[in-house]
Design a protein around this ligand. Structure first.
Ligand SMILES: Cc1ncc(C[n+]2csc(CCOP(=O)(O)OP(=O)(O)O)c2C)c(N)n1
Ligand code: SF4
Ligand SMILES: [Mg+2]
Length: 496
């Protein structure tokens, strides 16, 4: 750089210009803590992808861990997988689309604990993809539990007296293990502590991606990375810890490199037959004891029905969704049920999305254009009312939500004190069945024709039986609660 020239800060082309997928106002910065290694590694990967010109055919597999939101940043394809399942998804991706580039990005908890068997088997098969393994010696995202790579003596929230070899075993040397396998082509361990180390890491990232482009098999780059927040260190102390303690146990260097002598691995090209995929995904279902294609013809079922139920964990939100899904299934609709709840089930917020459709369901997510919203607590009302679609129906529990919400013209609102009624009935747990009854009354009042209106009462006991695994007493109790809810709502609707 010429003296006096202005330093021009720019982000690698492999990133989006602004991170629009990030919720909230901050669209320019990453979510990582100061001093975290993830951001540096992201930059090296983004820069390499852009330089190789592979953004339009690369898929990055985001793990569960602090880098769960990697797809906010990279301007390529992205898949987010359950904890530790990166290698399984990568195998599917590269086998189904051998021309694509696949990058696995995994933390030490994700790769070396919950996903280790997936990972080591994929390495042993020599799958055609590369893995960037962030070894920060801790579970970062969940607040500092011991990882398989935590060092002997290292204090973590789950090894408060320090990791002991006798109790927790020795830290896993992943690179050394992978290098022992026949199939992998390239294995290197790098760190991100100094400019020199970062430049070495940059070369390693490029080599792994180059191998991937040339289809030479499985490459692994292990990156010793800082998590100053959980290790309770300054960034300087963190770098020192990596340069001394970590590199002493996990020496940096190339553990295996056959890149120069390996030839391209080709596996049989998959044949994609759309009809066969459809057959496999949507086998004809014939419910026992019910007509296999039952149509009463109410207009409400002519198109996809998008339903959301929300409340506190413990209010029966998820089971109410399951009951509705079971009802749809019994009448040979395609249905999806997608639960979503906080880390704790009881007391936390919970919601589920149900889709009922005669045709194919594209996505199980309901976050807009909701046809039916059932709300059981106040915070959920504030959160989900904006998702109610044009002409949508809102049904809520007036025992917990006192103030009637304002809805848009065309939308309809119904309320019943489900929890109060269930309590008076003698079992608060049945509040969801009371609300199911309320829903039946609402639907019978203008949304269902006579045939469907009669059918809904026949369906409920079977659906309850399916959801409560045939436990007769519970089913009977909930059928009664359902009937009570229906009666109370019908009275309300008729102005009694
Ligand atoms: C199946 C499952 N089990 C446990 C968790 C909780 N969990 C979330 S992240 C995480 C550990 C992540 O640690 P690591 O892979 O080292 O990533 P880091 O955050 O350190 O980058 C765990 C155990 C989960 N989300 N899913
Ligand atoms: S907790 Fe640790 S790994 Fe996670 S973003 Fe912060 S510094 Fe990085
Ligand atoms: Mg970690």
């Amino acid at each position: 750089m010429i003296m006096g020239e202005k330093v021009k800060l720019s982000r690698p082309k492999g990133f989006f210009e602004t991170f629009e997928r990030r919720p909230g106002a901050v669209k320019k910065n990453m979510h990582y803590c100061p001093g975290c290694g993830h951001g540096i590694l992201h930059k090296l990967i983004a820069e390499a992808m852009a330089d190789f010109g592979i953004l339009d055919r690369t898929t990055i597999i985001s793990p569960v861990g602090c880098s769960v939101f990697a797809y906010y940043y990279f301007d390529c394809f992205g898949v987010q997988v359950p904890h530790g399942r990166s290698a399984a998804a990568a195998t599917g991706l590269v086998r189904a689309n051998p021309g694509g580039i696949v990058i696995g990005y995994q933390g030490d908890g994700d790769l070396a604990a919950i996903g280790f068997n997936n990972f080591i088997q994929a390495a042993n098969r020599g799958e055609n993809y590369c893995v960037f393994f962030v070894n920060n010696a801790i579970y970062g995202m969940t607040g500092g539990q011991m990882a398989p790579t935590s060092l002997i003596g290292q204090k973590t929230t789950t090894s408060p007296y320090g990791r002991s070899a006798l109790n927790e075993g020795y830290p896993l040397k992943v690179s050394e293990m992978v290098a022992q396998l026949e199939a992998p082509v390239y294995v290197e361990r790098v760190s991100l502590t100094t400019t020199r180390n970062i430049m070495k890491a940059r070369q390693a990232v490029r080599k792994a991606i180059q191998n991937n482009i040339e289809k030479k098999g499985f490459s692994l780059v292990e990156v010793l990375s800082g998590c100053p927040v959980n290790l309770k260190m300054t960034t300087k102390q963190m770098d020192e810890f990596i340069d001394t303690r970590m590199t002493e146990y996990f020496p940096l260097g190339v553990y295996k490199d056959e890149s120069a002598v390996r030839t391209t691995i080709t596996r049989p090209e998959p044949v994609y037959d759309a009809e066969k995929v459809r057959e496999a995904m949507y086998p004809a279902r014939i419910g026992e004891g019910v007509a296999d294609d039952y149509r009463c013809g109410s207009a409400i079922f002519d198109r996809e029905l998008r339903i959301k139920i929300a409340g506190f964990g413990g209010q029966g939100v998820l089971s109410l969704g399951l009951i509705l899904a079971a009802m749809g299934k019994q009448r040979n609709f395609n249905v999806s049920w997608l639960p979503s709840y906080g880390p704790e089930m009881r007391g936390g917020t919970a919601n589920c999305a149900i889709i009922v459709n005669r045709g194919t369901i594209g996505s199980p997510i309901v976050d807009s254009n909701c046809d039916l919203l059932i709300i059981l607590n106040k915070p959920s009302m504030e959160k989900y009312l904006p998702e109610l679609g044009e002409n949508g129906i809102l049904l809520y529990d007036g025992s917990t939500i006192e103030e009637a919400p304002e809805v848009k013209p065309g939308q309809s609102v119904f309320a019943l004190n489900g929890a109060d009624i269930a309590e008076a009935f003698g079992n608060l747990k049945c509040a969801n069945s009371v609300m199911l009854g309320a829903l039946a009354a609402v639907l019978k009042n203008g949304y269902l024709n006579e045939c469907d209106a009669a059918d809904i009462d026949k369906l409920v006991p079977d659906a309850l039986s399916e959801c409560f695994h045939g436990k007769e007493k519970i089913v009977k109790l909930n059928v009664e609660a359902y009937q009570l809810g229906q009666q109370k709502m019908a009275e309300k609707l008729s102005g009694k």
